[in-house]
Design a protein around this ligand. Structure first.
Ligand code: FES
Ligand code: FES
Length: 184
């Protein structure tokens, strides 16, 4: 029997599909920090983070495409790390910090976005939010990321338009202009 994980009283527990009729008994409140704001939401325990972000909160900068963790269009930062929101259940965000593309560029474009724009690193733009979020996550974890680090870190982000030339040019510039150079 395929188990479903749901959270109740701070602990995870398994439910079989036969138990789904009792789902209303499960505590479905989730609290997390989204783009710097504390949120407490009542969520269906079967909902994924991508659905909450896009459908319930109308933050449509995060895109959805493959829905199976292959394309990176749905990338968000969870506790600073890039994660596919199509593979993340909403309840798994309890007590965590979630940042979407909207949280990265509140007043003006983030420097990573600006460089992608200047270097022609996007065409239709559908993959771009995920790329920017992934790059920001890599830079958070590795402030001195090299071009190779960035290229490898973006291996889970697919673009169907650009042929990658503009994206690679952008990564070259990001590795020079958005990293913290080590003081020797
Ligand atoms: S929509 Fe999530 S990885 Fe493709
Ligand atoms: S710019 Fe269109 S999918 Fe990447």
């Amino acid at each position: 029997m395929f188990p479903l994980l749901v959270k109740k009283g701070g602990a995870h527990m398994s439910l079989s599909k036969d138990s789904l009729e009792n789902i209303e008994e499960v505590d479905s409140t989730v609290s997390f920090v989204l783009n710097g704001e504390v949120m407490t939401l009542n969520v269906d325990p079967s909902k994924r983070l991508i659905e909450i972000i896009r459908d319930d909160l109308n933050l449509t900068g995060t895109k959805i495409s493959c829905e199976i963790g292959r394309c990176g269009a749905c990338m968000v930062l969870i506790n600073g790390k890039p994660q596919n929101s199509c593979l993340t259940m909403a309840y798994q965000c309890e007590g965590k910090s979630v940042v979407t593309i909207e949280g990265l560029s509140k007043e003006k474009l983030d420097p990573v976005q600006q460089i992608l724009l200047e270097e022609g690193g996007l065409q239709c733009g559908y993959c771009t939010s995920g790329m920017v979020v992934s790059v920001k996550g890599i830079l958070k974890q590795c402030p001195n990321a090299s071009f190779e680090d960035l290229r490898e870190g973006l291996s889970g982000n697919l673009c169907r338009c650009t042929g990658y030339g503009g994206i690679l040019r952008s990564l070259e510039r990001i590795s020079k202009e958005c990293t913290v150079k080590k003081q020797e």
